[in-house]
Design a protein. Structure first.
Length: 279
């Protein structure tokens, strides 16, 4: 049964590596956005400029046609004016002539304004096309490198998942079911070792002595009453390391206590000396 706990710990290591690999793959999305952002901004501005330029050209065409129609109307009115038979008709034609001339002047002024805007728009479009071409040329090698790194990460993930599937096939079904149920809740840790003082290494809650013995001997699957993880006996090397650290810590604590006692004795002696001198 101890081997089963060891297998669960190894499975957890694989799952941790798989989770890290998945997070690493997801982390490529913001990297792609960061690399492509300068070119995308230029591309968006270039698209807006092109659309605006197209609209201005259509508007200039509309005003130009309107001006041609008014010029034709103006010629007909001038011909009509030369053939009027009375003052009333002459006044009416003259008034319409003035109105058409003013409208024609407005069309001509609007045409000149639109042509100037179109010229500036074409210059801006040319600048943006050059800048976008340069930015796209810089983005391509960086994006290719990111694509290669992401594919390598995906290949590593596939390898880990395959290794995990093969490893899980040889495990005890009930323990694997419990382990998977704990992991399914989104928890990163499903197995934790006992510390040298009999606590859960995940939440540091103290485990009852009887449960500690069962865990260390691997006689049953025991879960932490506080956090619910599966408890496993520590690896021999980790126990040895804790055993070495404990005496050192005790020695340091003892040295500190002795130093404090010595300081207290010195203070007492100084107080006594002071009392003698006062007498």
């Amino acid at each position: 049964m101890t081997q089963q706990r060891t297998a669960l710990k190894e499975l957890q290591k694989l799952d941790t590596q798989i989770q890290d690999a998945r997070e690493r793959i997801m982390g490529f999305d913001p990297l792609f956005e960061e690399v492509e952002e300068p070119a995308l901004v230029l591309e968006s501005e270039l698209s807006t400029t092109r659309n605006r330029l197209k609209e201005m050209k259509l508007e200039e065409r509309r005003v130009h046609l309107s001006a041609e129609e008014r010029q034709d109307r103006l010629r007909r009115l001038e011909e009509r004016l030369s053939g009027v038979r009375n003052l009333r008709e002459e006044a009416a034609v003259s008034a319409e002539l003035d109105m058409v001339r003013r409208a024609l002047q407005g069309d001509e002024q609007e045409t000149m304004t639109l042509l100037d805007q179109i010229r500036k728009g074409e210059e801006r479009q040319a600048e943006l096309e050059t800048a976008y071409a340069e930015a796209a040329a810089e983005v391509e090698p960086k994006r290719d490198a990111l694509i290669a790194d992401r594919e390598a990460a995906r290949a590593e993930l596939a390898r880990l998942e395959s290794e995990r599937a093969g490893f899980a096939e040889g495990m005890e079904a009930n323990e694997l079911r419990i382990y998977n149920a704990i992991r399914a809740g989104g928890r990163r840790a499903a197995v934790a070792e006992l510390t040298h003082d009999g606590a859960c290494a995940n939440c540091f809650g103290i485990v009852p002595l009887q449960s500690q013995n069962e865990i260390r001997h691997g006689s049953a699957l025991i879960r932490c009453e506080a956090c619910g993880v599966i408890l496993a006996a520590p690896e021999p090397e980790s126990e040895d390391a804790e055993a070495v650290d404990a005496p050192e810590a005790d020695a340091e604590a003892g040295a500190t206590a002795e130093a404090d006692d010595g300081a207290a004795d010195d203070d007492t002696a100084d107080g006594a000396d002071g009392g003698d001198e006062k007498e």
